[in-house]
Write a protein that binds this ligand. Structure first.
Ligand code: ATP
Ligand code: MG
Length: 626
């Protein structure tokens, strides 16, 4: 049986016999009480998976491995910021998680209580997450790069009883304060003030914690050797809240369950990522993002694999750092974003070729469209396979992907391949709502019920779940808000966000099409395209291009012509600017709505998740030269 036929058979079953398929997958998880129903979909679009089964994530991620792999490394921590490397075995992890859980209990935290975690990439971050789920508490991790206001809005939304933070982190060799930002955030909250637990790393100049706060190291010392029995919760008990990246608007608070979450992640490791117990996985992301939750923390530990937790930048001390870690720790599976690879691409392939990467089986990339040229470049540099996988904070694991564990299907550069198990995808014409055929662009929708592991609701707001995601068409379908097409083999290509679609004289173009054409030029590192209002044509294209550093720079006209040649005259940008940087979210996604606002002379409004607001000036300066 070739791999495609094998995939087709399993995929079809995952849709036509959902219960049978997921029941089998649930056997990879330990349950305290077995579930009596695989799926309850009596209240659409709310799905409950593994009804009345009781289980515990921490038990499955830690305790369960003690007998067989207690001495195996669970967490490999590498910090190029504080120059430290540490290996924590499953047995040591068990001890530390129990001690922290015991401290949480002493602090009055119980099942259902929220705990906000605002920490750098240190082992205590993972330990805190596991300690929470051990006692049924619901964690909400806030990315360490966010500042006071982002913290305040998340505290107001989740009303945590406790915040766990550090005195400081380090970024690019400089001290990055955490505690002072939290203080500023807490000053702005409207809900009851949570308790504050501070992990003192000795990095900040001022002493922390201050009066009324708890010093983690002192407090946890009193819990040395303590054990806390895992709290068995019903499968749909919330495990965590995590906010989306805020690329297209206000971040949404995604709620994940317990049982479905575990079953889906464990399945994804076997079939998609091809990671087995004992393997080493390195997800070069941050625990503050969904890739970090799923593939730094939960999926590797649920699998009994080793996870590499990296505190530092991908290009410091030099652009070879990640590849040196792959070589040093015999990493089998690497996961990062197209942005990170484009950054490394600018520095040259020699950094990759310097190291022995024979342990590395696959590189996975997700988070934004992977242009063909970058996909081809990195695939060639690593001698394959590089797998594009498409998903969202909402889903927690891939919607579209290739399957390294099951047996790869042919790769097509620029495509995240085919629908993952359990996702009944539909591509609909945005205007008529009719399904579109091959090579025709449409809005990517999913027919509910969403598979296990996907969001169960918007935190504290069931109505927002229904209104935001299921209200576009008569039939309640889940909207991904992405624009896509599939080819003659059914392979998908994501064309951009469906609210960014550019309409030039009646031709609907995804931002990706224009950006892809620009990126095919060897002198281009990255590009962003937006559709600005035009009285005559409806919209005109304005493009912004960042050039590669080590090639002869192309001219503006040359780049405009590349687009005209590849897509057609209608797509030729009216304006094209060569700029030094693009406005991005802290998770590395281009914020096109900010670029568009500036290009149309509007105020981009509040951008709480922007990485560097100076990039807005770069766009303003460019516009002036029209
Ligand atoms: P918000 O929903 O708050 O506006 P966001 O959509 O950027 O922010 P995430 O959940 O982090 O928040 O990102 C999911 C989105 O990222 C997808 O909907 C899609 O637009 C994009 N994306 C993720 N992976 C891929 C991929 N492999 N190819 C193309 N786009 C991708
Ligand atoms: Mg989104």
């Amino acid at each position: 049986m070739n791999n495609r036929a094998n995939y087709e058979a399993i995929y079809r079953r995952s849709i036509t016999d959902r219960s049978g398929f997921w029941q089998e997958q649930a056997a990879f998880i330990d349950w305290a009480t077995p579930f009596d129903q695989v799926l309850d979909y009596s209240r659409p679009p709310f799905a409950r998976w593994f009804v009345n089964g009781t289980t515990n994530i921490c038990y499955n991620a830690v305790d369960r491995h003690l007998a067989e792999r207690g001495d195996q490394t669970a967490i490999l921590w590498v910090s190029t910021e504080v120059d430290c490397r540490q290996q924590i075995s499953y047995r040591q992890l068990y001890r530390q998680v129990n001690e922290m859980a015991s401290l949480l209990v002493e602090l009055g935290i119980g099942a259902g209580d929220r705990v906000l975690i605002y920490l750098p990439m240190i082992p205590e971050a993972i330990i805190a997450m596991l300690a929470c789920v051990r006692i049924g508490a619901v964690h909400s991790v806030v990315f360490g790069g966010f500042a006071a206001l982002a913290l305040a809005s998340r505290i107001d939304d989740a009303s945590p009883k406790l915040v766990i933070t550090a005195d400081a982190g380090m970024r690019g060799g400089k001290v990055a304060p955490y505690k002072p930002l939290l203080d500023a955030g807490l000053a702005a909250v409207t809900v009851a003030k949570p308790k504050v637990l501070v992990i003192n790393r000795g990095l900040a100049s001022e002493p922390h914690p201050i009066a009324g706060e708890i010093d983690y190291h002192q407090a946890v010392a009193r819990h040395a050797g303590q054990e806390v029995a895992p709290v068995w919760v019903e499968s749909s008990h919330p495990s965590y809240i995590l906010y989306t990246s805020g690329t297209t608007g206000k971040p949404k608070g995604i709620q994940r369950d317990t049982g479905g979450h575990m079953v889906a992640l464990r399945m994804s490791m076997r079939y998609i990522y091809g990671v087995e117990p004992g393997d080493v996985m390195f997800a070069g992301s941050d625990i503050g993002w969904v890739v970090g939750h799923s593939y730094i923390v939960y999926a590797p530990l649920l699998t009994g694999a080793t996870t590499l937790l990296y505190e530092g930048l991908p290009i410091r001390p030099d652009p070879g750092i990640w590849w040196s870690l792959v070589a040093d720790y015999k990493v089998n599976c690497l996961f990062t974003s197209p942005t990170a690879i484009r950054l490394l691409k600018k520095t040259g392939v020699e950094w990759i070729h310097k190291y022995d990467l024979s342990s590395l089986r696959t590189l996975f990339l997700a988070g934004e469209p992977l242009d063909k040229e970058t996909h081809r470049w990195v695939n060639e540099a690593l001698h394959g396979p590089v797998i594009d996988n498409y998903w969202q904070t909402e889903t927690g694991w891939p919607i579209l992907t290739n399957f390294a564990g099951l047996g790869l299907m042919d790769l097509k550069f620029g495509s995240p391949t085919l629908p993952s198990f359990g996702y009944e995808t539909l591509l609909l014409n945005g205007v008529t709502g009719e399904p579109v055929g091959a090579h025709t662009k449409g809005s990517l929708m999913i027919r509910p019920p969403l598979p296990p592991g996907c969001m169960t609701t918007v935190w504290n707001n069931d109505q927002a779940f229904v209104n935001t995601y299921f209200s576009r068409y008569q039939e309640p379908l889940y909207a991904t808000f992405d624009y896509a097409l599939y080819d003659e083999d059914g392979y998908f290509f994501i064309m951009g966000r469906d609210d960014d679609v550019i309409n030039v004289a009646g031709h609907r173009l995804g931002t990706r099409e224009v950006e892809e054409a620009l990126c095919s030029h060897p002198g281009v590192a990255e590009a962003a395209a937006v559709g600005i209002k035009d009285d005559l044509k409806g919209q005109e294209i304005e493009a912004f291009v960042v050039l590669m550093s080590h090639t002869t720079p192309p001219t503006v006209e040359e780049l405009k012509n590349v687009v005209a040649r590849q897509i057609g005259g209608i797509a030729k940008p009216k304006y094209l600017h060569i700029v030094s940087s693009l406005p991005k979210t802290r998770s590395g996604k281009v914020i096109r709505r900010a670029i568009l606002a500036i290009a149309e002379g509007r105020d981009p409004g509040e951008l709480p998740t922007i990485e560097d607001s100076k990039t807005l000036e770069v766009i303003r300066d460019a516009i002036r030269e029209r």
